[in-house]
Write a protein that binds this ligand. Structure first.
Ligand code: GDP
Length: 358
């Protein structure tokens, strides 16, 4: 595809975060996307990650039906970060911005905007992260006639005019709230330019209605406006962000990391942001969840030799006790270690400024 064979660049998966007020359906929406990806039944329909779920383009296309033609895309799919809380989201940064390339703000269509919805939108505004709004739980509209897994247009046509107008009323309320918060928004099929306007996608995590639309909008947005940012040197030294610091039996303190650039290999030296000075250590093991892991088995993870962005991975290494969630992780590889330490320090200082402002 590329005319040059000297630069080992590739398009990486865009990283998607799901935000919203508690109980509006973040977890359910992710579970639904994951679940229907799995039940598409193809081998490797999703890849198991730590702290994230990768859904490849073919699976997205199978789920979205006619709304996503794989021929139209060259991005490899979407990587969904498992719902971090807001405070962690605001500290989840990558070099020069938010870790997530794109976000879904979930709003209960009956409940409308709530304090954490506003908070989420403030964070996205501040970090300049493009987002779509999933107006969720449309199936709870009185008199709703559910169309399992259908795109919105099709679902709409199956509703009574009373149910439709009740839903419309709630949707316009959300559009109004977005406008009060400084975003011009509309129902997604009316949005011409997703850089200027926020698209609202009616959805249900319960009946999967509108999920095809949500996936289509996310793919379209990434492909259209973020393709250049997704161009990475896959063989470059890895860069990532710590999602969680966790004790793991047999491995000691480990890091759950989202790698957003380059690659990381077993045995490599890494620099990790710590409570005091940056930690310089060596990767003892790179771990992925074992496919179809039985919950009670001791060996929940399998080792991999190398991981490339964008992915979620667990890193086992000595001396990680003082590592912090939100901190940067860098592979040193061919660079002077001091240079990498300085880079990590600079980034940590930025995060501290941000957190202090909250
Ligand atoms: P979170 O706190 O945002 O992660 O919300 P959850 O995903 O835990 O959902 C909160 C509650 O709303 C749970 O009882 C879900 O079953 C329910 N729920 C989530 N999405 C939907 C939906 O689309 N329709 C209906 N009827 N219930 C939903």
């Amino acid at each position: 595809m590329s005319e040059s064979d000297t630069t080992p660049t590739a398009l990486r998966t865009p990283i998607v975060a799901v935000l919203g007020h508690v109980d509006h359906g973040k977890t359910s929406l992710l579970d639904t996307i994951r679940g229907s990806a799995v039940s598409e039944g193809e081998a490797g329909a999703i890849t198991q990650h730590i702290g994230a779920t990768a859904v490849p383009l073919e699976t997205i296309s199978d789920m979205a039906g006619s709304l996503v033609d794989p021929e139209d895309f060259d991005l490899p799919g979407l990587l969904f970060i498992d719902t971090p809380g807001h405070h962690s989201f605001s500290t989840l940064r990558s070099r020069g911005g938010a870790l997530a390339d794109i976000a879904i703000v979930v709003v209960d269509v009956n409940d409308g905007f709530q304090p954490q919805t506003v908070e989420a939108i403030e964070i996205l505004k501040r970090t300049g992260t493009p987002f779509v709004v999933a107006a969720n739980k449309i199936d709870t509209t009185p008199g709703w006639n559910p169309q399992e897994g259908a795109p919105i247009q099709q679902t709409y046509e199956a509703q009574s005019s009373r149910a439709r107008s009740m839903l419309d009323e709630n949707l316009y309320e959300i559009i109004g709230d977005l406008s009060d918060n400084g975003f011009s928004a509309d129902l997604y099929w009316r949005v011409q330019n997703f850089q200027k306007n926020v698209g609202v996608v009616p959805s249900s995590a319960m009946t999967s209605e509108g999920i095809p639309d949500l996936l289509a909008v996310l793919m379209g947005l990434s492909q259209r406006y973020m393709k250049e940012e997704m161009q990475i040197d896959v063989t470059g030294p890895g860069a990532g962000t710590v999602l969680e610091v966790k004790e793991e039996r047999g491995f000691g303190t480990t890091l759950d990391v989202v790698l957003y650039d380059g690659s990381i290999k077993e045995g490599e030296t890494i620099v990790v942001g710590g409570k005091n000075d940056p930690i310089v250590t060596e990767v003892r093991a790179l771990l992925r969840p074992r496919p179809n892991a039985e919950i009670r088995t001791e060996k929940r993870f399998e080792r991999v030799d190398e991981v490339t962005a964008a992915s979620g991975v667990k890193i086992a290494a000595p001396d990680l006790e003082d590592a912090m969630a939100g901190a940067p992780v860098r592979v040193v590889r061919d660079r002077p270690v001091d240079e990498v330490i300085a880079e990590v320090k600079r980034e940590l200082a930025e995060i501290e400024v941000e957190t202090a402002e909250e």
